[in-house]
Every structure is written in structure tokens, then in C-alpha cells.
Write a protein that binds this ligand. Structure first.
Ligand code: C5P
Length: 299
């Protein structure tokens, strides 16, 4: 019998998230500069009598185990294309914050896809895997690729971005999640009647990533969904202020939130800012991580 396959997959932070006006299909055109960060889920697939998903980790209770789970959907999508029965046990060892704006669900989708592909020896090309990822969700292709990339369209059309150094981050995990569609809906409400510019990648931001210069990156980070996330969860302003007061060079909401991200100078200030965030009482927990990190990888 075939043994299981395990894939390790990173979380992401958006160094830039420029959001355009809503499209006729309800999605928004983006200029989305993804940066993979070293917080990982591990997804293991093993042959089974039927498709089954289990999850372990401190936040496991918040993870849906039915067919809405992107890992299950990834297994089904790949199996359908190759005429295979999707009979696998998918186990997710979860360390990425759930519903936190760090692409944890997308990460599990990409990881399950890569793991099933290896388990079933489908011979799928990288292009086919990326196409399935894009069907599963806008952030899923990046979870497969990792590193740093500019995503345009819904965020699924990726170009690699060069990163010239290591960046240190602290992530403050909030109590409860924020629904991504709700945050985009709030963005639409807040921008209604205004002229929303076409999203474009910031040359200053791309240069900062290329140079590996933390101070330059701190000045160039931006998140077009931040006002919407703060509108739905005003208490995030207190978390941002606590991290800034503790010495973070930049503070912003991660993607659609409610996780907040703090760029810091080095590992020592990361520990200091994480401690200050924890004692501030403005978040549930604080995590330290570096970027960039590799994409989904079989371990
Ligand atoms: O692609 P994904 O399923 O991750 O998107 C989740 C939701 O986020 C979409 O249903 C939509 O409401 C919103 N979204 C968007 N524009 C994007 C990506 C996501 O409006 N480019």
C-alpha cells in the first residue's frame, strides 16, 4: 500500500494590496504583492476508503471539515480531471491563523493539491496545478509558488518578485475571524460614488523588496482593504497602535484581516514587539516569522 505524502505550506502577508472597483463578476481587480512568511501548515494525505478531512492544532475547532474545506475541494478537483476516486484522508496540522487574512485556507488547498498529485502520480504539469489552484481561489496559486510575487487579475495571475534580504515580522492574531467577502463588501460601501483608481504595483515597494531594506519597505507597505477591515473591527486600531508604540517600523492589517502585521528591524525587536502586543491585551496571541518563505513543498 502507498504511504502518505506530507506537504508543508506557508502563510502570506500582502506587502501591497491595491484594490480596484468591483468587476461585473463581483471580484475586484488587484495589484497584490504577496510575500510568503514562515508560519506553516502541514497537510498529509493517505489512501482511505472515502474522502475525509481532519485537523489538529490550537485553532482546529474553527476549521470546516466538510466539502467547503479548500483541501477537500483541491483533492476532488484533481481527482475529477484524472478520473481518480478522491478517496484520501487529508490531515491538516494547522499553525496558520484561521480566517485571519494570512491565506491559511488557500495554503491548505495548494498543499492538498500537491500532496494528492504526488500520491496519485497524476503527471500533471505545474501549469495544470496552477490552473486548478486559480479555480479554487484567488490566493491559492501563490500558496503553491511561495517566495514573493505580484498577483494581478483577481490576484491569481502571478509574476515572481525579487527579494534581496530577510524581513522580520510580528503578527497579532485577533479573536475571531473576518469574512473576506464582507471586507470587500465594506470596501465597496466605503468607496461607493468615488473614482477608484486602477490598481497598480508600487515601483517604490518593488525596489524596497529587491534591496532587502526594511526601512524602505516599511515606508512603502500599503493595504487598500485596511479602512474596510478597521470599519468592521474598529478595535484593530488599538492593536496597530500598540505594535507601533513598541517599536515596529510599520503596522498594517494583513490582507482582509483581522490579523495585523508589524514589520520590525530584526529578530530581537520582533520578540520585543510580540511581548508588548501580548501584554497590551489588544490581541489573542502574537507570532514571530520571517519572509520570504518557500511555497508548498513535499517533506
Ligand atoms: O477567490 P476567493 O474565493 O479567495 O475570494 C473570496 C471572496 O473575496 C470572493 O468571493 C470576493 O467576495 C472577494 N474577492 C474579491 N476580489 C478578489 C479576490 C477576492 O472581491 N480579487
Amino acid at each position: 500500500m502507498s504511504r502518505g505524502v506530507t506537504v508543508r505550506v506557508p502563510a502570506k502577508v500582502n506587502a501591497q494590496l491595491a484594490v480596484g472597483a468591483p468587476r461585473p463578476d463581483g471580484f475586484h481587480d488587484l495589484a497584490n504583492v504577496f510575500l510568503a512568511v514562515g508560519l506553516y501548515d502541514e497537510v498529509t494525505v493517505t489512501p482511505a476508503d472515502e474522502l475525509r478531512v481532519t485537523c489538529s492544532g490550537p485553532d482546529a475547532a474553527q476549521v470546516p471539515l466538510d466539502a467547503t474545506n479548500l483541501a477537500a475541494r483541491a483533492a476532488i478537483a484533481l481527482a475529477e480531471r484524472h478520473g481518480i476516486a478522491p478517496h484520501v484522508h487529508i490531515h491538516i496540522a494547522k499553525d496558520i491563523p484561521v480566517a485571519g487574512g494570512m491565506a491559511g485556507g488557500s495554503a491548505d488547498g495548494a498543499a492538498a493539491l500537491l500532496a494528492c498529485d504526488a500520491l496519485w502520480s497524476t503527471g500533471a504539469t505545474r501549469g495544470e496545478l496552477l490552473a486548478i489552484c486559480a479555480e479554487l481561489g484567488s490566493d491559492v496559486p501563490f500558496s503553491l509558488v511561495g517566495g514573493a510575487a505580484l498577483g494581478v487579475g483577481r490576484g491569481e495571475q502571478l509574476t515572481t518578485v525579487d527579494v534581496g534580504g530577510t524581513f522580520h515580522w510580528v503578527f497579532a492574531v485577533a479573536d475571531g475571524g473576518l469574512s473576506t467577502p464582507a471586507v470587500y463588501g465594506e470596501f465597496d460601501r466605503l468607496t461607493a460614488g468615488t473614482d477608484v483608481p486602477e490598481p497598480a504595483a508600487s515601483p517604490v515597494l518593488l525596489a524596497a523588496l529587491r534591496s532587502g531594506d526594511t526601512t524602505a519597505l516599511a515606508g512603502a507597505l500599503s493595504n487598500g482593504l485596511q479602512a474596510a477591515a478597521l470599519s468592521l473591527r474598529p478595535s484593530l486600531a488599538d492593536t496597530l497602535a500598540a505594535g507601533t508604540a513598541a517599536g515596529a517600523q510599520a503596522a498594517l492589517v494583513s490582507g482582509s484581516g483581522p490579523t495585523t502585521a508589524f514589520l520590525v528591524a530584526d529578530a530581537e525587536s520582533a520578540r520585543k514587539v510580540a511581548d508588548a502586543l501580548l501584554t497590551s491585551g489588544t490581541c489573542r496571541t502574537a507570532r514571530v516569522a520571517v519572509s520570504p518563505a518557500p511555497g508548498a513543498t513535499i517533506v
